[in-house]
Design a protein. Sequence first.
Length: 203
Amino acid sequence: MKRTLAISDIHGYADAFEILLKASKFNQYKDQLIMLGDYSGNGGKNHETFQIVHKHVESGAIALIGNHEQRLIDHHKKDDLHLHEWNSFLSQLHYWFENDCYLFVHAGVRPGISLEKQNVSDMISIRETFHHSCFTHFNKTIIFGHTPTYRLGARIGELWEKENKIGIDTGANHGHYLSLVDLTNRTQYKIHVKERTPIKIDF
């Protein structure tokens, strides 16, 4: 059975990303991987992370734009010597993706507005207005990152789930966990950014 896997806010933790893909037994020919943005950050291996993202996009994965990528696109910001090389690739990515069951977006969406009319700045930066609203009119569960789940009330390393929304940013950029989520089987693969051993749990 084809699985839907999602990851967000990798923030330069290229090694942790690859460990999670291996732990989940990711198969590019059988699984759909969706990456929700913010590929660079405190992990330091930003160029390597973009290489991995690019490789998987070429193999059929979906990569979305986060606020970190938007800054690169808008201002050609060079967080390190290599990131400006990725502007052309990043400019081709989308702000949202949906399938039959889920809507994927980096930060969220604004309530009361159709998907096609959403402001992209909201999609990459919105927080409280999205977190505290219900979105049953989309008839889909919204998978998002951007805001670490512990800031939404979850324990560190846990996903956040409420009213047709699942937050999957478990705080890698803040020294906590990076998570890869198997939505098909409701399984979370997570790894602390200072460790090498992944953890598999159901949610």
